[in-house]
Design a binder for this molecule. Structure first.
Ligand code: MG
Length: 381
């Protein structure tokens, strides 16, 4: 079924509430799970540069899942290195609407629904996350509870989020980016451009800010000896962790560094999904879980559980995303030692309300599902 026809069918179902035999429940609302979506361009407040590329906007797809009179929201964010696009995400969502959702009338059959979505095709992790987040939002709303409560966690345990300072010209870092980060207790700094540039960046920031720093090398350091020297240098400058110091494939170097590093070494690019975790145990101190990499909240919850069972630390990360995906990730934050959930703050056009920060600390609400609301009607986003 094409998307246009799908909407026609949905509208016809809603309009035919009084007809016997049609699949419509109380109040004329459909018992079908109805999925629709809107491509959205996220505009960045600043040009964002890391070791491998630079950009000013980011493609997103916002998703709405309806069942009876309940509405759940989801989102896909597609950074170029993950290989997804607006076209691939919308094509995948059309397949979910056509091939998966018509088989289910009960949104609480989440295991079967999300397994069927995951089985449609390899990869497509952001598109899968969009459906997963919307389904969690929907079922949480039906239960009247946010997911952090459904999972049984304590909202007092949430960490502060870090705020990312990307690579830039020295004067832009000093005059704009450091001031922009002054509200937070933890700054995340993107390094991996080489020893001299990396040290200059840290010195620039340290001259103006005394907050804790998380360092993300984004695989940029080329030798384990140089990486270890850098880590020792950084440990003397109130740095709390090192994310992905070297190439994701180089597990031997990661293990070598982890054995010697005075700071926690966290896998990001090396850790995509649940199945990656067992081989990373022992090679890294912890993992960075991102909904867009791991297909969403269901798998993220499993990853957090497995990592902690293996004695690994959990960090939560994000792409550049609206408050939809950020608030979904925030539901997991009580079990994260560190959170890097600043994607919505980096946008100048976030179109949802959701997760709040109190002096940088993630502050979870009692709002059901993932606790988000669109700032205007979904059709107008
Ligand atoms: Mg990273």
């Amino acid at each position: 079924m094409q998307r246009r026809d799908f909407f026609k069918t949905s509208a016809a179902l809603a309009a035919s509430a009084a007809l016997p035999g049609c699949n419509v429940a109380r109040g004329g609302f459909s018992d079908d799970l109805l999925l629709d979506w809107r491509p959205y361009t996220g505009c960045l407040k600043y040009t964002f540069t890391i070791a491998t590329y630079s950009r000013t906007e980011t493609p997103l797809v916002l998703v709405r899942l309806r069942w009876r009179d309940y509405v759940g929201y989801g989102e896909a964010s597609m950074p170029q290195y993950l290989g997804e696009s607006t076209a691939s995400v919308t094509a995948f969502l059309a397949r979910v609407a056509e091939e998966v959702l018509p088989r289910f009338k009960d949104p609480f059959r989440m295991e079967e629904i999300l397994t069927a979505v995951d089985s449609l095709a390899e990869r497509n992790t952001a598109a899968k996350a969009a459906v997963d987040i919307a389904l969690h939002d929907l079922t949480g709303k039906i239960m009247g509870r946010p997911w952090w409560q459904i999972w049984g966690w304590n909202d007092a345990d949430t960490p502060c989020t870090s705020y990312t300072i990307g690579y830039d010209a020295d004067d832009a870092v000093v005059n704009e980016k450091i001031d922009e980060a002054s509200w937070t207790k933890v700054v995340k700094v993107k390094l991996g451009m080489g020893e001299e540039q990396d040290k200059r960046m840290i010195n620039l920031i340290r001259a103006k800010l005394d907050t804790v720093i998380c360092v993300d090398a984004n695989q940029g350091w080329k030798s384990r000896e140089m990486a270890l020297d850098m880590i020792h240098w950084l440990a003397e400058r109130n740095v709390c962790l090192i994310e992905q110091p070297m190439a994701k494939e180089d597990l031997d170097s990661a293990a070598w560094l982890t054995e010697r590093s005075p700071l926690p070494v966290i896998a990001d690019e090396a850790c995509q999904r649940l199945a990656d975790i067992p081989r990373l145990a022992g090679a890294y101190h912890g993992i960075n879980i991102k909904l867009m990499k791991c297909t969403g909240m269901r798998e993220a919850h499993r990853m957090a559980t497995l990592a902690r069972a293996l004695g690994m630390e959990v960090m939560l990360g994000c792409m550049t995303e609206t408050s939809v995906a950020i608030s979904a990730a925030a539901q997991l934050s009580p079990v994260a030692r560190w959170a890097d959930l600043d994607g919505n703050i980096l946008l100048s056009n976030d179109c949802f309300s959701g997760m709040k920060l109190t002096e940088g600390k993630i502050t979870l609400s009692d709002a059901p599902g993932i606790g988000v609301e669109p700032l205007k009607p979904f059709e107008e986003l």
